[in-house]
Design a protein around this ligand. Structure first.
Ligand SMILES: Nc1nc2c(ncn2[C@@H]2O[C@H](COP(=O)(O)OP(=O)(O)OP(=O)(O)O)[C@@H](O)[C@H]2O)c(=O)[nH]1
Ligand SMILES: [Mg+2]
Length: 182
């Protein structure tokens, strides 16, 4: 009976009290990080996006969940900033252009470099293989292998194939992010 009441209380509090998740989005330049935040915020795809300088902070409200999102620039000169913006977040999102296989090795290096920071120990990781609307894109299994995601053992890791352009799989991505809220 007590578990029934605690489940009921949890359900009611979900209805009336808002929850927040703080998320940092990183990844190489042109992988689609800002496009992702734009699609989440507006529900609309737009080609009209410029390379990020340093970072953008955006708040996106979905139901009773507010996502506070650090959209960090991916060009090489900004990558040393990633750890600073990832510090203290509820989840890390690493976006990869799954159609640009030549960049996988650099993406793998930068991802593992970031995760080796002791300040980020245990923070859940979501890897998004973006641009799956493009022919020849890598599958989830190919991404797991190329980015050596199976070697990450010190945190929960998920990987989805998606497209900001066609909005494919964004519903499960949003569910994953909302589940990090508290
Ligand atoms: N085909 C396709 N193109 C996409 C998709 N998502 C983003 N793009 C394009 O990829 C390019 C880069 O997108 P951005 O969102 O600016 O990439 P970013 O990761 O924020 O780049 P930086 O801010 O430089 O780190 C743009 O021309 C987008 O229109 C997608 O799902 N499919
Ligand atoms: Mg950007």
């Amino acid at each position: 009976m007590s578990s029934f009441f605690s489940a009921l209380l949890q359900w009611l509090s979900g209805l009336f009290f808002s929850k927040t998740a703080e998320i940092a989005i990183v990844g190489l330049q042109a992988s689609g990080k800002t496009s992702f935040v734009n699609v989440l915020g507006t529900g609309q795809w737009s080609e009209d996006v410029v390379p990020t300088i340093s970072f953008n902070l955006r708040k996106v409200k979905k139901g009773n969940v507010t996502l506070k999102i650090w959209d960090v620039a991916g060009q090489p000169k900004y990558r040393s900033l990633w750890e600073r913006y990832c510090n203290g977040v509820d989840a890390l999102v690493f976006v990869v252009d799954s159609a640009d296989k030549e960049k996988f090795e650099t993406a793998r290096f930068e991802l593992h470099q970031l995760l080796s920071q002791s300040s980020l120990l245990g923070v859940p990781l979501l890897v998004l293989g973006n641009k799956n609307d493009i022919d020849g894109h890598a599958s989830v299994n190919e991404l797991i292998k190329a980015l050596q995601l199976d070697k990450i053992t010190n945190r929960p890791v998920s990987c989805y194939s998606c497209s900001m352009k066609s909005q494919h799989n964004l519903d499960i991505v949003l569910q994953w992010l909302a589940a990090r809220s508290h």
